[in-house]
Ligand binder design. Structure first.
Ligand code: HAS
Ligand code: CU
Length: 853
């Protein structure tokens, strides 16, 4: 701990406030940051507060639906041989329950909190790509609605939230239900990936001046790691879903063992996503815990660095554990051992966090209000659920309890206790900031105790029936096995939890109606959101705060003192620019201001893009190919219009003068640093997709003895060598073009782009010719399926590159780029190189591996 923490006084009533900005400019600022009124505002709003609240409300709506499913499950299981629902209906209910909670409730709630609160926690004005946030919201909403619309067509999925093949494959799940599962959730997954990108950039590039990485609130640490995990996990699942959908409808053989495929591959892909997914939910929850505990124990958190390291370690480790869900699939002993050890190791970072929290509470002076009660409840339940997790990580024990109610007990302790309780704590803690009204403490306590007691009544007995041998996912059981009483108790508990949640709903509604005003800082909090009014103004901070401590409100006497240069900068941005939404970009490590950039404003196009995305998935669902085409065109058009450059609102002289005075660059046409990072993340997503395809390729390769299968000749390598060479040449030309515009040479840019485009198209054409001469199809064997899917992936990646190139040529023709501003060109260049690397790797594998016996 450094000396800054020694003079803290969290009880001090006069916390420093942010400077509200000069009165004459504040109204203008408010106008610039306002979303349009009326229905246009509904579809084009981009404000993080608006979008955050919408995500939370939508997720809460799905929560009620998913919770309702669980009550049906519990009613059915209350008595032996019950007939409230039959076996088929029961399967649908538990599938909907699990899938909705895992995909449409917990994660979106945490994203909602993040989009709502993160800019305030970081002392910035907005998220970096507000339009991407909107896209993410609507894809989540539409995906959820699409998923639920399966009830209208009586096509409800029924194979559990894991959708194991062959049960979910073409043979055993005919008709629409499983396509609903794959495609409805697919839309939502796209939304999660988009949110990941948005969150990473906000945390790395948009913190208040002076907020170094080690001064960042722990919630930001948790979300940073979570957001990276989102990219890895959801991209993998999206590809897995794609393969399954192709198997179901388009004749591929990825998961069909009769044609060289492997059903276990689905389990791998699912759990490479599924295991990290549980930590994707858990880590943000720990972030909330680490924000709330210090505030309600009136002291800085103990072990900040250790907690941050534990979060990062959990993120890494969580990708190495997936096979502990597959201990009973007959994996080789060495693999069992490795995954068991890795699973036990993850208890270490969790333990580090738990001990840091306990130490903080021990040394603090707790304030026993509702939010803190939920945190205490979390600690008890999470440690308990964690320990049953470590028990199941022991292979022989897992063989006994796998697919039994013991596992059901484990994951509800960690999910409800470990995640939902912190989310409720977060509601009690943060909602007053954004509604301006306090929730009732009395109702809050009733809410907490009903949930805590109800939870244990519902889920503790499941450990016992699980050990007695009750399997999960059965719709009923015979009397006299000794399970009856435990099941009845569980059902009663479920209703008590439900009552608790109902009281929460009542509490929120009552508070809006007649809650006490919250004031700026009702909890004497230490982080920046408590320095602005409740609810906060739409621009967040007119004058940016200057951060010198981890607990600015406790430890800084002023929020705007620092180096003279910084002081003048943070005040200057309250005066200029007032025509566009300006936000500061700061250094990833040191938090020093680098840039003032224009955050994009309200737009109809992200909404349109989500509608188009949805059309693509709907078209696939109902085999309407023209709808897919329409969706693809719509998506393309809306993406172009979404990124259409805004007309200039000020002169270049003004920009340059600001740059000279404040020594940071001004980019009204998109931030250099932010767009660059965005493109890198795009490349990362493609790399993860490639890795998933290659993993599948080599997994299936190893499952087969002959490769290519008997009777198929290895592919000829002449044409792919030619196309690869042409592509390499195009990379050189692209580089020449990019260098050209850096020197302001428009002609060189245009010529270079055109040549690169032509060569790219030529390579694509040659490869298409080669594909028509291969002599085998997608459906004869997994070999063919893999060949075409990997090749197809490389095609699509290159096609997107060609599209970007064409668009940039068009804008270059209109003179949009000069030596000062050409980030679009640079990004296209970066994408181009990445696409070529992907192409080369893919084709090296496709044309090389068949020759290695
Ligand atoms: Fe889990 C199944 C192992 C944490 C969620 N887990 C699930 C499923 C879900 C889920 C949803 O190895 C079911 C999926 C399905 O539908 O099939 N889980 C673990 C382990 C941990 C763990 C080792 N799980 C979570 C969290 C979740 C979650 C967090 C959601 C938020 N889990 C498993 C395994 C299965 C499994 C198997 C598969 C079972 C099967 O057969 O299907 C750890 O991260 C827990 C670490 C935390 C603690 C508590 C704090 C640590 C302290 C330090 C001291 C403790 C020590 C341990 C040294 C351990 C206080 C002492 C050990 C003793 C036995 C006393
Ligand atoms: Cu796991």
């Amino acid at each position: 701990m450094n000396s800054e923490t020694s003079n803290r006084s969290p009880d001090k009533p006069d916390f420093p406030k942010v400077d509200p900005g000069p009165p004459e400019t504040v109204e203008t600022l408010k106008g610039v940051w306002a979303d349009p009124p009326g229905w246009r505002g509904w579809v084009s709003a981009v404000q993080n507060d608006t979008i955050g609240v919408r995500i939370l409300a939508t997720a809460f709506f799905f929560f009620v639906l998913g919770g309702f499913d669980s009550l049906v499950i519990r009613i059915q299981l209350a008595r032996p041989e019950n007939s409230f629902v039959d076996a088929e209906l029961y399967n649908k209910f538990f599938t909907m329950h699990g899938s909705v909670i895992m995909f449409l409730v917990i994660l979106p709630m945490l994203e909602g909190f993040t989009i709502l609160a993160l800019p305030f926690l970081l002392g910035s004005r907005e998220m970096p790509f507000p339009r991407l946030g909107v896209y993410s919201y609507y894809t989540f909403l539409f995906g959820g609605l699409l998923f639920y619309s399966s009830t209208l067509l009586e096509a409800v999925p029924d194979t559990g939230w894991t959708a194991y093949v062959p049960l979910s494959g073409p043979e055993y799940s005919r008709g629409l239900p499983l396509d609903y599962w794959l495609l409805g959730l697919g839309v939502a997954e796209v939304g999660a990936i988009a949110a990941g990108v948005e969150i990473i950039i906000a945390i790395l590039k948009m913190r208040a001046p002076g907020m170094t990485l080690s001064r960042m609130p722990l919630f930001a640490w948790a979300m940073l790691v979570t957001a990276f995990m989102l990219l890895f996990a959801f991209t993998t699942l999206l590809i897995g879903s794609l393969l399954l959908e192709l198997d179901r409808k388009h004749g591929t053989q990825f998961f069909n063992p009769d044609a060289g495929g492997s059903p276990i591959l689905w389990q791998h892909l699912f759990w490479i996503f599924g295991h990290p997914e549980v930590y994707i939910q858990f880590l943000p929850a720990t972030g909330i815990v680490s924000m709330i505990i210090p505030v309600f124990t009136r002291r800085p958190i103990i072990g900040y660095r250790f907690i941050a390291m534990a979060i990062v370690a959990t993120g890494f480790l969580s990708f190495g554990l997936w096979a502990h869900h597959m201990f009973s699939t007959g994996l080789p002993p060495i693999v069992l051992t490795l995954f068991a050890i890795a699973s036990m190791m993850i208890a270490i970072p969790s333990g580090v966090q738990v001990f840091a929290w306990l130490a903080t509470i021990w040394h603090g002076r707790p304030v026993w209000n509702t939010a803190f009660l939920f945190i205490l409840g979390f600690l008890v339940l999470f440690v308990f659920g964690g320990i049953t997790g470590v028990m199941t990580a022991a292979v022989p024990f897992d063989w006994q309890v796998h697919d039994s109610y013991f596992v059901v007990a484990h994951f509800h302790y960690v999910l409800i206790g470990g995640v939902v309780f912190p989310i409720f704590a977060g509601f009690y803690y943060w909602l007053p900031k954004f509604t301006g009204k306090l929730l009732s403490e009395r109702l809050g306590r009733i809410n907490f105790w009903l949930m805590f007691i109800g939870f244990n009544i519902a889920f503790f007995p499941m450990h016992i029936v699980g050990l007695m041998g009750m399997p999960r996912r059965i719709y009923t059981y015979p009397a006299g096995l000794g399970w009856d009483i435990y099941n009845l108790i569980s059902t009663m508990g479920a209703f008590i939890i439900f009552l608790g949640i109902l009281i929460f709903g009542v509490n929120v509604i009552l508070s809006m109606w007649r809650g006490k005003p919250a004031g700026d800082n009702p909890w004497n909090g230490d982080s920046l959101e408590w320095a602005v009014p409740s609810p906060p103004p739409n621009y967040g901070f007119a004058v940016a705060p200057i951060i010198r401590s981890r607990h600015p409100l406790w430890e800084q006497s002023s929020l705007h003192q620092g180096e003279p240069r910084l002081e003048s900068l943070v005040h200057a941005i309250a005066r200029w620019p007032l025509q566009w939404r300006a936000a500061l970009v700061t250094g990833t490590m040191d938090g020093r201001p680098e840039e003032l950039f224009r955050v994009s404003g309200p737009s109809f196009w992200p909404f349109a893009a989500s509608c188009a995305t949805m059309l693509i998935f709907i078209g696939e669902l109902f085999d309407l190919y023209w709808v897919i085409g329409l969706g693809a065109l719509g998506l393309l058009a809306s993406l172009v219009l979404w990124h259409w450059p805004d007309p200039p609102t000020h002169t270049q002289q003004e920009e340059e003068e600001f740059e000279r005075t404040h020594k940071i660059s001004v980019n009204a046409r998109g931030s250099h640093a932010v767009s660059r990072l965005g493109m890198w993340l795009g490349v990362l997503i493609m790399a993860i997709a490639l890795a998933t395809f290659l993993f599948s390729y080599f997994y299936i390769r190893l499952e087969n003895t002959a490769w290519p299968p008997e009777g198929t000749a290895p592919p000829e390598t002449l044409l792919p060598t030619i196309s690869a060479t042409i592509l390499l040449a195009s990379a050189g030309i692209m580089r020449w073009a990019v260098k050209g515009i850096e020197r302001g040479n428009q002609r060189r840019l245009q010529t270079g782009l055109a040549w690169a485009f032509l060569l790219g198209a030529l390579a694509l054409g040659i490869q298409i010719i080669d594909f028509t001469r291969l002599g085998f199809s997608v459906d004869f064997h997994a070999y063919g399926s893999l060949f075409y899917i990997l090749g197809g992936f490389a095609f699509v990646v290159l096609l997107i590159g060609l599209g970007m190139n064409a668009l940039i040529q068009f804008w270059a023709g209109r003179g949009e780029y000069n030596s000062r501003s050409h980030i679009g060109v640079e990004n296209t260049g970066l994408y181009w190189y990445a696409a070529i690397v992907i192409w080369l790797l893919t084709f090296a594998v496709l044309y090389g591996v068949p020759y290695l016996t």
